[in-house]
Design a binder for this molecule. Structure first.
Ligand code: SF4
Ligand code: SF4
Length: 147
């Protein structure tokens, strides 16, 4: 039986370092691909307080109920403004630590293909991650470590 997107998300989430908040050093330089289409889950264990955000609850096998940030009709995060994130100082932990190049590196080609097929990662994020790696950007070691 095929996995649902929620199941894939739960499984792939184990590949993302979420135990402690280590802000990413990825040079976003105005890119907002993460804020357009990707699922943003809150992580209370990393300090996120769901009551402080506009969220909905989603059931993820293995993780239970999680809060995800609400999206506008166009698929953008409700907090994405004309000039980027409007809650930059208190953006959820995953926004602060996410590294597109790190995820591309960690997932490998087959993992990226699967995430794209399931809609867990957008084409733009995958493209940007690959582009940064081609340019020589090196994600911090937590993203490079295989699990
Ligand atoms: S896709 Fe990469 S460069 Fe673009 S906003 Fe996300 S982390 Fe930053
Ligand atoms: S909270 Fe901010 S950084 Fe996170 S997805 Fe929304 S707009 Fe982007």
């Amino acid at each position: 039986m095929k996995e649902s997107t929620a199941q894939v998300l739960g499984r792939l989430n184990a590949t993302i370092p979420v135990k402690e908040l280590l802000p990413s050093s990825v040079p976003c330089n105005g890119c907002t691909a993460c804020c357009r289409g990707d699922i943003i889950t809150l992580h209370p264990e990393m300090g996120d307080d769901p009551s402080q955000y506009e969220t909905r609850e989603v059931e993820i096998p293995g993780r239970g109920t999680v809060h995800v940030i609400i999206k506008n009709d166009d698929g953008n995060c409700v907090y994405l403004g004309r000039n980027g994130c409007t809650i930059h100082d208190r953006a959820p932990a995953i926004c602060q630590e996410f590294d597109c190049a790190g995820l591309v590196l960690k997932a490998g080609n087959s993992g990226v293909r699967e995430m794209l097929q399931r809609g867990v990662m957008s084409k733009e994020v995958a493209k940007r991650g690959k582009e940064l790696l081609r340019r020589g950007y090196r994600p911090r070691k937590e993203w490079r470590r295989k699990q």
